[in-house]
Design a protein around this ligand. Structure first.
Ligand code: TK8
Length: 353
């Protein structure tokens, strides 16, 4: 793994941070010991970051990169404490904790985030994006700004959209070649109204369940299958309890990286800058790892699972009513995100021809 590029530290940040910490950070729950005239030392600022990914998953690796970058950029003054693998709750629970301010940050998931910012569900419209790269280009612009503004009102400061990837379907009952093959299959979904809608439309029996319960749920047959990017399937060993993989790429998801708005607002501006810079760099690294790992894992699954490559047009067609419903639910954001996705698609087509 190539370490992420560390941007140059502007001279004087250390002093700026230390001075700021001494001057006023005590008010946000930090103790500043400013006694005496000698060299001053503050207690470090500690920020707790929760996520639900397994070790080795790009989200876990990205969190570690973020932790290291924050330490480097703040000269050790700001410490990120990572609590991964749902150890402080599943994605939905972590969203509640961040909203309440009892958890500082979370690299969360689209479905649980959408229970606060319903617009974000539309990022997962079926076949809206052709690839992760297509999604990045759309999300990193005005879409992120729109969603961030909505999230701020709900108590979440959005630091970025990490990559949860294009999603495929696994199951242990039969190969999926066409939508009809999903009929009656119990497919676990995240707590995400868009995914539930898509799989209902496809004739499956969508069953929301926390990600942490999924391995056992599949092993014990509580559900027949699930849908996730191969990177998540692999890092949580779901291939051990599944026989078929259908490379449908039926929807894209982000991992919104959020911080409690109150915690954010109470941080010193210099620390906020450190966090912003570190999150941008860590996001780049996380996305890079997603793409790198995806390729390797697809190649491996071709050997170890029964893989189908269904005609996506059939699935696109079958999920069309989902578009109509979400357009009615949220006409304005539907228009914004579909237009942005079309514009980037057109750009790609132009440069390809
Ligand atoms: C793990 C989940 C997972 C998500 C899901 O925290 O629930 O299926 O795709 O990545 O966030």
């Amino acid at each position: 793994m190539t370490p992420p590029r560390i941007s140059g530290r502007s001279p004087g940040r250390r002093d700026l941070l230390r001075g700021a910490a001494l001057a006023g950070l005590a008010g946000v729950g930090l103790s500043a010991c400013a006694g005496g005239d000698g060299p001053r030392r503050t207690d470090s600022v500690r920020i707790i970051l929760g996520h639900g990914a397994a070790p080795g998953n790009p989200r876990s690796e990205g969190a570690l990169a973020f932790q290291r970058l924050v330490a480097e950029k703040s000269d050790g003054e700001v410490e990120i404490q990572i609590l991964g693998q749902e150890s402080v709750g599943n994605d939905s629970e972590m969203m509640v904790s961040v909203a309440a301010g009892t958890l500082d940050m979370s690299i969360n998931s689209q479905g649980p985030f959408s229970s606060y910012v319903p617009e974000s569900s539309l990022i997962g419209l079926p076949f809206l994006f052709e690839s992760s790269a297509h999604a990045y280009q759309v999300l990193d612009g005005e879409i992120q700004d729109s969603i961030a503004a909505l999230a701020e009102e709900k108590g979440f400061h959005v630091l970025g959209f990490w990559d949860n990837g294009m999603r495929d379907i696994t199951n242990s009952v039969r190969p999926i070649e066409a939508p009809e093959d999903l009929a009656g299959l119990k497919i676990r979904t995240p707590d995400d109204p868009m995914t539930i809608d898509i799989f209902g439309e496809l004739g499956a029996n969508p069953t929301p369940m926390a990600f942490g319960e999924l391995y056992l749920g599949l092993r014990q047959g509580a559900v027949d299958g699930q849908e996730n990017p191969v990177v998540n399937i692999f890092s949580s060993s779901l291939q051990e309890v599944q026989t078929h993989l259908a490379v449908t790429g039926h929807k894209y998801e982000t991992n919104p990286f959020v911080m409690s708005t109150t915690r954010w607002q109470n941080l010193d501006p210099a620390i906020r800058t450190v966090i912003e810079e570190a999150s941008v760099e860590a996001q780049q690294e996380q996305r890079r790892l997603m793409n790198e790992q995806s390729e390797e894992i697809y190649a491996e699954f071709e050997q170890t699972l029964e893989v189908t490559h269904p005609d996506r047009a059939l699935f696109r067609e079958a999920t069309h009513p989902v578009y109509d419903r979400w357009q009615q639910k949220n006409p304005e954001f539907f228009e914004q995100i579909t237009a942005a996705a079309d514009a980037v698609r057109a750009e790609h087509q132009e440069s390809a021809s």
